[in-house]
Design a protein around this ligand. Structure first.
Ligand SMILES: *Cc1c(COP(=O)(O)O)cnc(C)c1O
Length: 353
């Protein structure tokens, strides 16, 4: 509380991101960053931007990036919106498309930024519980609503819905916007972008932070019907004309052009995920099926917070959420094979102590 703060600020409950420690020798498995470097072509393209032209503003519409994304996903540039990380794209979506008289629906266990945006923009919402297996139950969303949003694969569970189920939800909800947050889709799901031409109420949001190893660059995008995109442009142009700088535009374009590198690094993460899941199972962990670059795990004999603290003593950080239903779970980002071995060695010594 502060007498100089606006009433809006007094009432905010800000999002708390996973820790970004200054200590560099940590095995950092807490914020779902990619363990592999960005495409060398993306790095080269960004290096080329470090010239005197930085005195000029970037393209406010990032047309080159929109065209690249449109070609990649076989849509038109008018169906693409780009922003400073998908968090910014989400923020504009909450204000521009998800604020209505009826409540916004999202899962009770989901991306914890959603209720924060609802607080910021004063959006009424209702959380729909995941089922006992931590899955989204599509039928639970067939109730009057202002709009719907969920991640697919879901975070922090890692569970994915097939495209056919998403399509059934779209058919059930033709009168409200349905947003699919596909931050992790490249690690094992089928993108709903394939459905945007058929469903004018569908918006798909993705990021370059996870599968394209560019969390530090801050680039996210949305694909949907041109009228939904126009709503986002209206919000963006009332907020910041230049959300993407020259480095971000060039780096993102080059990252999408380097398909071979992208496919290979996703495959490596997916292979390590399978290996780690198997080993954790052998150690007695229950491991939820994951289509993302992390595993959501629990051990019947160990308190999750205690395990996280013990791992931290061994310089390994994973994410623990102090939240009902999942306080006995840990979310473990898929690292390199070497980091994975260090994690397994540390868990082996803790579990046998
Ligand atoms: C990581 C993540 C984002 C945010 O990604 P940025 O593009 O880095 O802002 C959005 N949604 C979900 C579900 C995420 O896990």
């Amino acid at each position: 509380m502060n007498r100089f703060w606006s009433s809006v600020v007094q009432n905010l409950t800000p999002y708390v991101p996973g820790e970004q420690p200054k200590q560099s020798d940590l095995v950092k498995l807490n914020t779902n960053e990619n363990p592999y470097p960005p495409s060398p072509r993306a790095l080269q393209a960004m290096a080329k931007e470090a010239t005197e032209t930085l005195r000029l503003y970037p393209d406010p519409n990032a047309d080159r990036l929109k065209q690249t994304l449109a070609d990649y996903y076989r849509v038109t540039p008018q169906q693409v919106f780009v922003g400073n990380g998908s968090d910014e794209v989400l923020a504009h979506t909450f204000l521009g498309l998800l604020k209505h008289d009826l409540p916004l629906l999202f899962p009770d266990i989901s991306y914890s930024f959603y209720p924060v945006y609802c607080g910021l923009y004063d959006i009424d919402y209702r959380m729909i519980p995941l089922n006992e297996q931590f899955e989204i139950e599509p039928a639970d969303y067939a109730v009057p609503n202002g709009a719907i949003i969920f991640p697919n694969p879901n975070a922090p569970t890692g569970r994915v819905l097939p495209l056919s189920v998403i399509e059934s939800m779209l058919k059930q909800n033709r009168e409200s916007v349905v947003v699919v947050d596909e931050a992790y889709i490249d690690f094992g799901g089928e993108s709903a972008i394939a459905l945007v031409d058929q469903y004018p109420n569908l918006l798909v949001i993705q990021t370059l932070s996870k599968s394209r190893s560019l969390a530090g660059l801050r680039v996210g995008f949305a694909v949907g019907n041109a009228e939904l995109i126009e709503a986002l442009e209206r919000v963006k142009n009332s907020f910041n004309s230049y959300p993407l700088d020259r480095f971000a535009i060039s780096g993102a374009v080059a990252a999408f052009e380097d398909q071979t590198y992208f496919a290979e690094s996703c495959q490596r993460v997916i292979a390590t995920r399978g290996f780690l899941a198997e080993r954790l199972n052998q150690m007695g962990f229950q491991v939820l099926p994951s289509a993302a670059n992390f595993l959501f795990v629990t051990h019947p004999d160990w308190d999750a917070a205690e395990l996280a603290a013990r791992l931290r003593e061994q310089a390994i950080i994973v994410r623990h959420f102090k939240q009902a239903r999942i306080e006995q779970f840990l979310r473990v980002t898929i690292g390199t094979d070497e980091q994975t071995q260090r994690l397994l060695d540390a868990l082996g010594s803790i579990l046998n102590s």
